[in-house]
Design a protein around this ligand. Sequence first.
Ligand SMILES: Cc1cc2nc3c(=O)[nH]c(=O)nc-3n(C[C@H](O)[C@H](O)[C@H](O)COP(=O)(O)O)c2cc1C
Length: 86
Amino acid sequence: MNWINTFEIMSPIYWGTYAPEMETALQGLDFTGKTVRVISTHEGSGLGCMVSDVKKLCKGADVQSNGLAIKGSKAKESKKTVSDWL
Ligand SMILES: Cc1cc2nc3c(=O)[nH]c(=O)nc-3n(C[C@H](O)[C@H](O)[C@H](O)COP(=O)(O)O)c2cc1C
């Protein structure tokens, strides 16, 4: 992933944070010098603890605090919100 500088990490919110599968996918990777932005779907918790938990998971990353949270039930209507945020 040397040529990529910014990552968007997307997950549904499960139990107040990212889905456990994210841990399997991301743990052990070196994010030194990389920027990470988070986006979630949820049903009330918003981003929950996702930003702080991603900071712990993605070692060395500059995790942006302005993540985007979208209600899962509104996802189909949120295309513009997502593209504006991207
Ligand atoms: C096991 C489980 C735990 C969940 N925990 C939360 C939660 O803590 N907060 C929340 O807002 N939504 C929670 N949800 C709802 C999911 O975030 C939501 O289903 C997901 O964003 C996808 O939206 P959709 O089901 O409308 O496709 C949970 C869903 C599941 C299946």
